[in-house]
Design a binder for this molecule. Sequence first.
Ligand code: KIV
Ligand code: ZN
Length: 510
Amino acid sequence: MSDSDKMRRIYVFDTTLRDGEQSPGCTMNLRDKLLVAEHLEELRVDIIEGGFAIASTGDFESVRAVAGVVKNAAVASLCRALPKDIDCAWEAVRGAVHPRIHTFIATSPIHMACKLKMEPEKVYEQAVAMVQYARNLCGDVEFSLEDCSRSERDFIYRVVEGVIAAGAGTVNIPDTVGYAVPEQFGQLIADIKANVPNIGSARLAVHCHNDLGLAVANSLAAIKAGADQVECTVNGIGERAGNTALEEVVMALHTRRDFFNAETNVDTTKIYATSRCVSAVTGSRVQANKAIVGENAFAHEAGIHQHGVLANPLTYEIMTPESIGLPRNKMILGKHSGKHAFESRLQELGFHLDSQRVAELFGKFKDLADRKKSVSDADIAALAQDMQTMVVERVKLDRYNVTASNAITPVSTIRLIHDGKQIEQVAASDGPINASFKAISQILGVKVSLEAFQLTAITGGVDAQCEATVRVRDGDRVYHGRGVSTDVIEASILAYLQALNVLLDESVRG
Ligand code: KIV
Ligand code: ZN
């Protein structure tokens, strides 16, 4: 028997759209969620958790919409172990090709006593009854023992055995508060496997939080000890310090197949594009030194390293940038590059756009190439990102003029095209960007609060493109916008306008 025959298959359950979206500042609207779901399908994850259907009408609608577009992965909705929650989750996922109900109840002494105010016996009975209830609706039911890593062993074994007997096809062991450490968490999985008689009838899953920075390590220890499914989010976004980062756990299994003897079905070459998409729609930037997808993850700064990598990349690289879909910058594009070279570069970077969008983007690329000596992959990816989000442009920037110095109050004159009309407004504020945002809000008559604003240089050099991201709030709705330009003020204005375009589009559609 060859090595690959013995490889264990690990199922990847992505919860970017549910646990990831729960993290502060990572709220996504329906369009964003569908875009992320499309990337997750291409990435070939096994299960996509679309949301927590009963949490709000918006959540319900997005789980239902995700269920409607995803074809290969299973689509799950989270629900408490209560009939009305389960009914709602089922309504949201029933249109999926592979629907899953994911129900949970807490099993730790502190959660049962203080949060649920229930005796363990009642928790056991409810868990079993609700799995039976869910199984009457859906053939694929996952059950999670919330706060399992702080639960008592004998109680865990009993609940796991009971819910499997009731029909749960997957039983999930969450480290809800990020308390576990790898050796102990791995042992917990090994003990469950050894002490639950019917464990072979279900998949055993793990779901780790990163409060001590151990989510990936705990998940890997659990896989080594026999877990079959890993729950994770793109870029590790999630409650508090986040969840297990999908790209890290997948690449650890891929790179160290020799050690784990396990593999996923993920197409690792789609990791980079998916990470960028999640970062763009949430406005949550990936730190430069983040493993796998950080800007510096494949950059070699020290001369001795550069020398080694040039001689043979394996001297300092344990995986290639190509393996995550980040091509080496083989070909620098500039103003003399043709559309064909540009289009093939786009495809290598993981952007599959129709010919109209490619043509539009090529125009933007040419404008950029006129302003910059050379255009890098990061520049192209930054331009292409906008094409993917496909925001309906109800209002457009026509031109702006800013007067700013350290001696006078900055003033911005903005001219927009809204419903075919040019409208101009002048506003003054403590900074040129603030003055521009103020003028735009006055033209559109919107009162939103700016919750986050970030400016980042996409590449080095004084002619670098700048990426601006904004998050604005209108009541309980949150909107993200992103703008790219070699001019920081223009990038900021474009980002603000993109967020307001989503808002305007939503209010027009009602
Ligand atoms: O962290 C957690 O326990 C969860 C469960 C509800 C799966 O997100
Ligand atoms: Zn969680």
